[in-house]
Structures are given as C-alpha cells and as structure tokens.
Design a protein around this ligand. Sequence first.
Ligand SMILES: C[S@@+](CC[C@H](N)C(=O)[O-])C[C@H]1O[C@@H](n2cnc3c(N)ncnc32)[C@H](O)[C@@H]1O
Length: 239
Amino acid sequence: MDNALQKDRESVSSMFNNIASKYDFLNHLLSLGIDKIWRRKLLNFVKVHNPEKVLDLACGTGDMTIALYKSGFEVVGADIAEKMLDVARFKSSRISSGNTPPPVFILASADSIPMSDNSFDSVTITFGIRNFEDRKSSLKEIIRVLRKGGYLSILEFATPRNCVWRGLFNLYFLKILPLIGRFISKDMKAYTYLPESVKSFPQYGDLCKEITDEGFTDVHYKSLTGGVAVLYTARKGVK
Ligand SMILES: C[S@@+](CC[C@H](N)C(=O)[O-])C[C@H]1O[C@@H](n2cnc3c(N)ncnc32)[C@H](O)[C@@H]1O
C-alpha cells in the first residue's frame, strides 16, 4: 500500500495528533472558508429532523460538534486522535448554549462505538469517513447506535465530474494545497494523504451503495460546490 495512505488506527491518529494545533487554521485557509458553508448544509439537514441526541463521529477539533450544540442538540463527539479532542474540548469550554448539556468528547473509533443500541437520533460525520480503517464495520456500528428512523449524514470530499472544473480543482488540490499544507503544518505526510485519500475513496453512487448494503434506507447524495464536496444522507429504516 502507498505509504501516504496507511489507514490503520495508529497511523491515522498519529497523523491527526501531529497537525491538531494547526488543523483549524489550515482547514479554513485551504478550503477558502467554504467548509463553513458545507457544514451549514449538513446542519440544515439535521435541523429538519430535530433530533434530541446526536453523535458526531470523527469529530476532530469539534467544529461540527459545536455547531450542533449551538443549535440546541445534545451532542457526543468521538474521535481516535486525543490531541484533536483536546482542541475540541478547549473550544467547547469557551461557549455555552442555554440549557443544553455541553458536548461530551470521547476517544473512540467508529468501528467500535462504546454506546448502547438505539441511543442516538442522528449521526454526523464531516470529512471523517474517508479515513476510517474499516468502513463496513463502522457503518454497522452506526446503524446499531442509531434509533429506528434516525438519520446518518456525511460530508466528504469528492472529485468534480465536470472536466473543466475538475482540471482546475485538481491543479489546486493535487499541486497547490499539499505545498501550502506542508509548509504551514511542517507535516510531510498529512497534506499528501489528503488528496490521495480522496482519489481512492468511493464517491457519489458508489458510497451510497456501500451505505445501502449495510441496511440503511433513503440513501441520497447532493453535490456541493460542483462536486468538490458531497452531502450523503441516509436513514435507519423504521421497520
Ligand atoms: C479530516 S478530520 C475531520 C474532523 C472534523 N470532523 C472536521 O470536520 O473538521 C478527520 C478525523 O477523523 C478521525 N478519524 C479517523 N479515523 C477514525 C475512526 N476510525 N474513528 C473515529 N475517528 C476517526 C481523525 O482522527 C480526524 O480527527
């Protein structure tokens, strides 16, 4: 396997631990701030179903977790990288949102979620699923912890399908972004891993099929910014 694409838990967590302190800055810089618009799209989807309890898997530094909390939802954020969680805990300690209990952050992997069956109304994953070591087991775990009728929403990068847009995107994503990422983070691997992991990740209908195969219903996707990112949504059937 290409060394840049090692997806075992150890390699992935140490890579994210290594860039945790620069992650937010680079995230917003490299996405030109558009990641905030994408997260808002996912948040709007969650809001429609008005869940009580949300699990934000691969929560990283907690931007999505905190946005969910600010919208009044009880949220648990889970991630395998302790230093990413430290940043998330610090950020969430500085805000309060009415009577909603503050987010709880736990060190846990998506393929082994330490929560009981049917305990969440909604599961969200923003830019995390691409990094999972075992996607199939993770989807099984997600459907287990979701209550019947609960929703899964996933934001993930993709490759635009329009060839002109794809050409421009590839120039930025494959050539410019790794250089800036490497320069600022001083991490030689993480910002090579990012485009490589997007290239090798199932997109659009292919990911929908994987989600459907694990028993989810109402599986849909919506391209964002011409297919640079995709919002996938699915439901745990009510029967
Ligand atoms: C690109 S970051 C995304 C963080 C955050 N959700 C966001 O939108 O900024 C990917 C995160 O996935 C986490 N991750 C990777 N594999 C995981 C797994 N199996 N279970 C839980 N978290 C995982 C990493 O530690 C990292 O924090």
